[in-house]
Design a protein around this ligand. Structure first.
Ligand code: FE2
Ligand code: FE2
Length: 403
């Protein structure tokens, strides 16, 4: 049976594909309900544009769906809102069939496309706010970088008030119906998607949401999941709320993340904490073997400094420590400063390894790490106090320089 497009409004059609049996997206995030790769055909009286393509293995089905409305060979413009292969994968096949098509995309997208497709491309780089007239229909390009790659932008169809937002406001959810008001509640998938894909870019989301605020929006047409016919503005509002900046506080905040197999690193942590608090720093302490991930991730978005206490086990930091450090890149990480300490039995590599991970994430170490063999002596505990003092001084100075 030939694949059929679905009308969004007269002259604008969904021509994407359904990936019903997808279990893990990008080999990273589990999908309970598969996903879709959405693409939209927009026809003006003079020119026709395709907004985004689909994942390469779905090209044949994609072309069938386009051809139910319009010949692939006659498309004038393909807008690439984002170059990740789930959206640009079928572009090469499209160019094979239509070598004259002009690609409209951001500057970073042009570079990525060239390296993804390794072929000459007919590209027009668009600037923020630039418009193209299709004949009675106008596409306006709005730069929205880092939602969630540096190349991302939105395309707004002025006359129909449709926002083609690519990955933003999407959900990995596959249904035979297209519109949000025709299907079961998919809020958990919408939230999970934000948490996995968008959360590390809250500051960029705030900028993008501000850019579309005030625009009339009839529907939000993302590149994954349902078209948001009834919940377009709600979805934008949800992103606004979830991306709100942490409350400003004059008092500096520290996250103290500790794992202690025999209590020695914990004894050191107690001194560090006491000194930080004595210096006016609010401390959120996490026992890394027994914490709720969400609490830790939320605290990382509010703290000014991260202090890690780790033992060395089998010449390494324990898995719980590495797991906590892996979570740092899953949030909009606020701390720019860090410090490390820990007790060890015979070799003591863990503190150096943790230092390396933290500096690799561009945190600055603000105190010399304190280590000790087995039980901390009075001198070691005093060194921990000193570490707490150095951290407090650095973080307080940082606060003052922020005004
Ligand atoms: Fe993406
Ligand atoms: Fe995507």
């Amino acid at each position: 049976m030939p694949e059929k497009s679905i009308s969004i409004v007269p002259g604008v059609d969904w021509v994407g594909v359904r990936h019903r049996d997808l279990k893990v997206f990008d080999d990273l995030f589990p999908t309970h309900n598969g996903t879709t790769y959405n693409s939209y055909l927009v026809r003006g009286s003079e020119r026709t544009a395709l907004i985004d393509t689909v994942k390469a293995p779905f090209a044949a089905e994609f072309f069938q769906r386009i051809e139910s409305q319009f010949p692939v060979e006659k498309i004038d413009i393909v807008v690439v809102n984002h170059t990740e292969p789930d959206h640009s994968g079928a572009l090469s096949a499209l160019i094979e069939r239509n070598p004259e098509v002009t690609i409209y995309c951001s500057g970073p997208a042009k570079n990525f496309l060239e390296q993804l497709h390794n072929r000459p491309l007919n590209v027009h780089v668009v600037t923020d706010g630039e418009e193209v007239d299709l004949g009675g229909r106008t596409l306006r390009f709005l730069m929205a970088p880092y939602l969630h790659w540096p190349d991302t932008m939105f395309t707004y169809l002025v006359e129909d008030a449709l926002l083609f937002s690519c990955d933003a406001f999407g959900a990995h959810y596959c249904s035979e119906a297209l519109f949000d008001d025709e299907i079961a509640d998919f809020t958990p998938d919408f939230m999970f998607y934000f948490d996995c894909i968008m959360r590390p870019f809250k500051d960029k989301i705030r900028a993008a949401v501000a850019k579309v605020e005030g625009l009339p929006i009839q529907m939000v047409c993302p590149s994954h999941g349902p078209v948001l016919r009834s919940r377009g503005m709600n979805s934008i509002n949800a992103y606004r709320i979830w991306s709100a900046p942490p409350p400003e506080s004059k008092q500096p905040k520290a996250v103290l993340a500790v794992l202690s197999s025999h209590g020695n690193t914990r004894s050191m942590a107690a001194e560090v904490k006491a000194e930080l608090e004595a210096q006016g720093v609010t401390v959120s302490e996490f026992a890394l073997s027994d914490m709720r991930e969400d609490d830790f991730r939320n605290a990382l978005e509010q703290a000014d400094v991260l202090v890690v206490g780790t033992p060395t086990i089998q010449r390494d930091a324990p898995p719980h420590v590495w797991h906590a450090l892996a979570l740092l890149s899953s949030v909009t990480l606020r701390p720019k400063l860090a410090a490390v300490f820990g007790s060890f039995g015979w070799s003591g590599e863990a503190t150096k390894m943790v230092e390396s991970r933290l500096t690799g994430l561009r945190l600055k170490l603000v105190a010399e790490s304190v280590t000790c063999r087995f039980t901390p002596t009075a001198e070691v505990l005093e060194a921990c106090r000193m570490l707490g003092r150095d951290v407090a001084t650095a973080v307080t100075a940082g606060k003052k320089s922020q005004g």
